[in-house]
Design a protein around this ligand. Structure first.
Ligand code: ADP
Length: 227
């Protein structure tokens, strides 16, 4: 049996709301095999971001367990969670969050520098990734000099720079026109296939969702498989 890249077991997440509690996740179960891409399609407010934050070890569940690359995270302290997150998880958001004062290649090299690679190694891998994503000619440009689609591809390169096992994306194409969204998604899908990375992608784009390996939604706080 291969170890799932992500396993969520009986997870509950509640927010305080006045005197009561808003139950966002309840009995949520989800498993992602390496190389598998899963679309998370649910209406606004259903809990998609919450699920991604819990899966990404950014929030702790109130109940249940989250395994990332086989490691149980419930009993880990914040330092342990941060280390595991840095080593195994990449994030892509709707807005790219690139550092404006740095070039594309510096943005992509940054997570590897933080992890302790030499500048030469980090830059060399960043260049390979940007080449792979069709951005070789844009590597030395700052984010403001790039198109929306290019910025988002740089953000994808940055998310996978540390060779994570799990990619979590929250509406990664939500801010792009349909043609650019399609291009960015194709790039992402190729990368997932080529690297054996697992991807959980919250999206409203049904074309994109239909091209992923599985589709899930959230119903009453639980993860439900769609056809
Ligand atoms: P989605 O990503 O599907 O739009 P979210 O996970 O952002 O949904 O939010 C689910 C519900 O939880 C919403 O009703 C939202 O208002 C609420 N919520 C999200 N984060 C918090 C928070 N930090 N405190 C209180 N309520 C929150």
């Amino acid at each position: 049996m291969t170890v799932p890249a992500l396993r969520i077991e009986n997870v509950a997440r509640r927010y305080r709301e006045g005197a009561g509690a808003l139950v966002v996740l309840q009995g949520a179960e989800l498993s992602l095999a390496p190389g598998q891409s899963v679309a998370l399609v649910a209406p606004s407010g259903a809990g998609k971001s919450t699920l991604l934050h819990v899966a990404g070890l950014l929030e702790r569940p109130d109940e249940g367990e989250v395994f990332v690359a086989g490691a149980a995270t419930r009993a880990m302290d914040d330092g342990g969670r941060t280390r595991l997150r840095r080593e195994t998880i990449g994030f892509v958001y709707q807005f790219h969050h690139l550092l404006p004062e740095f070039s594309a290649i510096e943005n992509v090299a940054m997570p590897q520098l933080i992890r302790g690679l030499s500048k030469r190694e980090a830059t060399s891998r960043a260049r390979q990734l940007l080449d792979y994503l069709g951005l070789a000619a844009r590597a030395d440009h700052r984010p403001a000099e790039l198109s929306g689609g290019e910025q988002q591809r740089v953000a994808i390169a940055r998310a996978v720079a540390n060779a994570p096992r799990l990619l979590l994306a929250d509406e990664p194409t939500g801010n792009l026109d349909p043609k650019t969204a399609e291009h960015v998604f194709s790039t992402l899908a190729e990368l997932v296939r080529a690297s054996g990375l697992a991807a959980l992608v919250a999206t409203h784009n049904l074309d994109i969702a239909s091209r992923m390996d599985r589709r899930v939604t959230l119903r009453d706080g639980a993860v439900v498989e769609l056809g």
